[in-house]
Design a protein around this ligand. Sequence first.
Ligand code: IMP
Length: 429
Amino acid sequence: MPATVIVGTQWGDEGKGKVVDLLAADADVVVRFHGGNNAGHTLVVNGEKTVLNLVPAGVLHPGRICVLGPGVVIDPEVLVGEIEGLRARGYLAEDRWFRISAQAHLIMPYHRAIDRARERLRGAGSIGTTGRGIGPAYEDKMARSGIRVGDLFDEVGFRAALERNVREKNAYLQALLGEAPLAFDAILERYTTYRERLRGFVADTGAELRAALAAGRRVLLEGAQGMMLDVDHGTYPFVTSSTCVSGAAAAGAGLPPRALGAVVGIAKAYTTRVGGGPFPTELTDALGERLRADGDEYGATTGRPRRCGWFDAVVVRQAVELSGVDRIALTKLDVLTGIDPLRICTGYELGGRRIDGPPTTERAWEQVTPRYEEVPGWREPLGGARALDELPLNARRYVERLESLSGAPIRLVSVGAQRDQTIRRGEIL
Ligand code: IMP
């Protein structure tokens, strides 16, 4: 059976974590294929909250194999902390349940320093990155000067690569960014400790994954961020530094494209984004604040308040087309209770004219205005509904309207953070 891909259809934070956790109950392997600890999943299982930044969201199901594929960038300090935190709570009991690609690139302290210094220098025009060194790590990967997980185990090679990199980055940090240099010895010492703590997990994960699929195992490929943060297809330059659409899943996991099957797109019932950049349906008024408060819209990684706004069907429809989404999981419908009327963005206008899809330049993104459709809201709390016909009529109509505007069937509706606060509408895996 081909692997199922799960991607975000907005600007990230769509609630992928909850959906991956649910679907992992019926899967054997869960793989991250891009991004790093810029991502953050908040999972609530039996009333207990777990925040994950790197380990895939299948980890709360003992026995699932969780994988970080070659397309991921890994900050070993964060990863070691996350593994130890999970183990202290009884998860990841066996080493073989967690696999790390030897080909994944390492995030180094100079990547974080460069990320943060550049953001400071950009001032008002900053991207609003997570400051985790993601962009600089991917830059080094593409410049072919990066250091990979597998290199940690070649002591001589690692030392040489680190020396070269620290020399170059320190020159850059000091001369162009006005920062203090980093100490080579301290980095070497620290990364030497990660070597032993990660050794048991490192593997050729692509080969293992291909073998798992050949043996009939069910594989989930868990996307991070969302389509609008994709480096090619998003609101460039206000994007992350990896490819977030489903097309990246094969390469980032080490699989051929024909190994991919269904594509699940996760969409929140309204829209949020964190960081700078265009957001046509943003609500900067009390309603936006209400969505933030009711939806607990604060970054799982950085704690930053998320910007909130109406559901934008232009964005989700584009994600459906670009990622070949053939089923949608709609999250956080319950948060809209009490907002009446609701608005849905059905299209954009640019220079007084209706445009079909999202614009493709930074300037046009700044200038588009949304066209809205107004629909009636509902007052009842939704957290107890377990079937679509248990929802108030207007909530049901809202779901149906989003479905017809998005272009793919909504197969799952989430009405709360708990696993069981979920409405299934047909097959999702
Ligand atoms: P970076 O990925 O840290 O370089 O940040 C680039 C942009 O992507 C910023 O606007 C971040 O807020 C945003 N971003 C990165 N990861 C996530 C995520 O997992 N959820 C939401 N936004 C994210």
